[in-house]
Structures are given as C-alpha cells and as structure tokens.
Design a protein. Sequence first.
Length: 310
Amino acid sequence: MGVAWPTPWKGYGPKVIFHITAVQHRRIGPNAIALHCAPVTVPLMTIQSALAAWPYPRWIAHRGAGTLAPENTLAAFRLGASCGYRMFECDVKLSRDGVPFLLHDDTLTRTAHPITPWRSPDPQASAVAGDYPWHTLAQYDAGGWHSSTYAGEPLPTLAQIARFCIRNGYFLNIEIKPTTGTERQTGEVVAQHAARLWKGVAVPPLLTSFEVAALEGAMASQPELPRGLLIHALEDQSWAQWLGHASRLQCQAIVCNYALWDKDCVALAKAAGFRLLSYTVNDDAAAAQLQTWGTDGIITDRVDHFPPSA
C-alpha cells in the first residue's frame, strides 16, 4: 500500500523544475522505493526569450526617487539621478486618446490635481485618469500634493521620460499599469511606443506588469522587448505554477514582493533561467539577504540611503 510522502519536496534539473507536495511511494526492495507522483514542470526559457547578458544595474529607484519627490515625475527622476541611480522604475498607463503617461493609481485623486484649483470641479466628473484625453491631463499638477517645492510639476509622458533616460544613458523599468478594463490594449500600445522611442538604443526598457493580459499584449505587439512578471502574493499557487506563467509569457525576469523570496524559491527561479528582482526594499537586512541569495535587482524608495554602487 502507498504511503504519503512526509514533507513537500522541491528539486530542479537541467530541463525541468519539480515541486511535489503529495506523492505516494512503496517499497520495492531492501534499499529502493517506487514513487508515484505527478510533478509540476516548468520549461526553461526559450533561446529567444533569454537575454545573452543581463544589462541592467542592480539598484533601481522606485518611481524615480521613492518618497523624496513626487512619484512618477521628471523631478523625481532628476533627484534619483542626483543620488547616483542609473535605473528607474515607473508606472505607465494610457490617456483616453492613447498617449502613454506616468501615473500609479487608476484615479487622479491622490497625486494629481487641476493646476487651477479655484475652479469648482464638476461633481459628476470621473476621477479615472484614463477617461481623459492627454490635453486635459497635461494641465494637471502632479507635484503640489507632495510639497510646495514641487508645485506645478506636470504629469510626464513616456516620451519625455524616454528622452531623459536615453540622453543621460539611464535604464528604465516600465511597469505597465493599465486602467481597469484596458489591460491588453495598454500592453500593446505601451510596447509599441517603447519600441519606437528606444529604437537603436543598445539596452531597451524592461516591461513588467502584474496583469497577465498586459504582458500578453506586449508580447504580441513587440516580442523582442524584455518582459518581467510582477508577483505580489502567491495566491494559493505554487512557485512552479508562477514560473510556468512567466515562461508562457516568455518573460526574462520575475519581479517579486521581496518578502516572498526564500533561498529555495530563488534557486528554483534561477534554475529556470529567470533574472530575479525585488520590490520595494527599504530595509538593510532584507537588501543584504537578497544580495547573498544572488538576486539581480533591488527596487527601493531609499535612494538617499542605499548607494547604487553597492
């Protein structure tokens, strides 16, 4: 009669990863047993999806400069650069007329307000940024909520951020942050713009998203651009299943809530050929542990604390 395997078991080899949580075994000799199991396997990345060499710096400035400047603005990028950072993360969505611009939230309420606040807002007007054309969004103040120092700082377009990064030799991680209901379209359009804006540049931006449909759109639109799957929580799925999603999307990277990593899952993901990034790391001990495990990128708010050369 079969006996349940006492503890979960993980392993990896040159072609597949196994994550076995329940197997049966029976003794077939004095020194041997037969295992009966159905392992989950994750194929290695294809040659086409793997980068020959990882070109990006380890340290990445979250939304430009963390909380030191208004997030997702050129002012934040300039501040992060003044701290020595050479790579930045930002959130990109679409205006109603298809212009990619930087904003984290679905709505304008938290970080962007009309430049002329004395005008009474229409109580029936939508707060969803994606409901407005770019010529309207361009009139918003994206800095005053942070401090008077940055009052009047505008929402930037992806094109403006691209010019800043390319002219200064900086690298970019574009998180595709679609307005609800526009996931695939946003992935397609952002990838198209990124490919055009970085045409001829040696290192393209890394496109990442929590939204599978957005990554599907980016892959269909511009398959040559590198992609990464963002993971905030495992949500009752095993690591092998998440790695399977990333492999299907031909991602080069896994960008993970840093608290989810441990030594075993780092080994599993690296064995599958993925580059490993973590967000949002503001603690010295966590940063040191991630480097000890051999992960590839650390996204941080604390650009004034962590030297990017570390």
